[in-house]
Design a binder for this molecule. Structure first.
Ligand code: PLP
Length: 311
């Protein structure tokens, strides 16, 4: 077994943070000690890309897919880090192993970084890589998982792909945060944003799926190509359920037999109300149940697992 690096600091402020371990500037640190400069363009301009993978029962799920998306995002943003995919894998592995977490939310980030002259030219900045592992978290809490999420259909337009490429996972979240507040105002738990053509796009941290007459559909345009979204395509293929990506007008979503949302943070999460009206019969539907079970079963499949060697 490979030997784990040592932590280079102690928790000084454990009360304010979840437990967890971060890697930055070549060191492994308690999460409370991992801090970036106020001059980092990742902070000042949201000039960054990131990814989130999860560890379930001691193993990463689909880690290579997350790494491929992350490295492709960095390339599209003209960023580079001094680590290849194998080295990033080792760093992520070390963060989880040092944290001892069996179920973890593992985020890795490349920021534009800083330049010694505070140059306005992004090419002058030294890009920064940061990673951390904290306890697994979910968009939906246990009660919402049981009875289904209550969503609001907002009239907000998700930042268009011609402005920010949604296939590069990014921190341009002000529209999504606005969507959350709009949802709370309507008494809902989270919101749905539209694409530039008025069709369904995505929500704060999740892709959206509708099921009608046994066919599953999800937006094709203006959304993050979620890894969980891909898992739904894979599972539907195996289960011989018709599944595809295309435009979903808001009326079609509301008239669906079943709706669910997907994220690494929570997996497959049922939706039973939109704008206060029930979806289908208002209960978590049979296809959503079937897909959710299959999603968690897939976590046992060796093809998608990267086990952690804990100390
Ligand atoms: N859409 C957005 C905007 C997200 O931030 C996320 C995840 O954080 C998703 C979709 C779901 O992507 P994934 O399944 O890869 O977690």
């Amino acid at each position: 077994m490979h030997s784990l690096p040592k932590l280079t600091a102690r928790h000084t402020d454990p009360g304010t943070y979840p437990p967890g371990i971060a890697f930055m500037d070549g060191q492994y640190l308690p999460i409370s000690e991992a801090k970036i400069s106020v001059l980092d363009n990742g902070f000042l301009h949201s000039d960054a890309t990131y990814d989130v993978a999860h560890v379930w029962k001691g193993a990463f799920f689909r880690l290579d897919d997350h790494l491929n998306r992350f490295f492709s995002g960095m390339e599209k943003l003209h960023m580079s880090i001094p680590f290849d995919q194998a080295q990033v894998t080792e760093i992520l592995h070390n963060c989880v192993a040092l944290s001892g977490l069996q179920n973890a939310y593992v985020e890795f980030i490349c920021t534009r970084g800083t330049s010694p002259t505070f140059s306005r030219d992004p090419r002058d900045a030294v890009n920064r890589f940061i990673a951390f592992a904290i306890p697994f978290g979910s968009v939906a809490n246990p009660e919402q998982m049981r009875r289904g999420l209550h969503l609001a259909l907002t009239d907000l337009i998700r930042i268009p792909p011609s402005s920010v490429d949604p296939t590069v996972k990014n921190y341009h979240w002000l529209d999504l945060v606005k969507g959350l507040y709009a949802a709370y105002e309507q008494g809902a738990e989270t919101g749905i944003l539209l694409d530039a053509h008025g069709n369904i796009a995505e929500g704060p941290g999740f892709n959206i799926f509708a099921i009608k007459d046994g066919k599953i559909s999800t937006p094709a345009f203006g959304v993050l190509m979620g890894i969980t979204r891909q898992t739904i395509f894979d599972l539907a293929g195996e289960m011989q359920i018709d599944c595809g990506a295309g435009d979903i007008p808001p009326g079609d979503l509301k008239a669906a037999d079943e709706v669910f949302v997907t994220s690494t943070a929570g997996g497959v999460m049922p939706v039973t109300k939109i704008d206060g009206a029930p979806i289908g019969l208002g209960d978590v539907g049979p296809v959503t149940h079937q897909i959710t079970k299959a999603y968690w079963r897939m976590h046992e499949d060796g093809r998608f697992r990267t086990p952690i060697a804990y100390p």
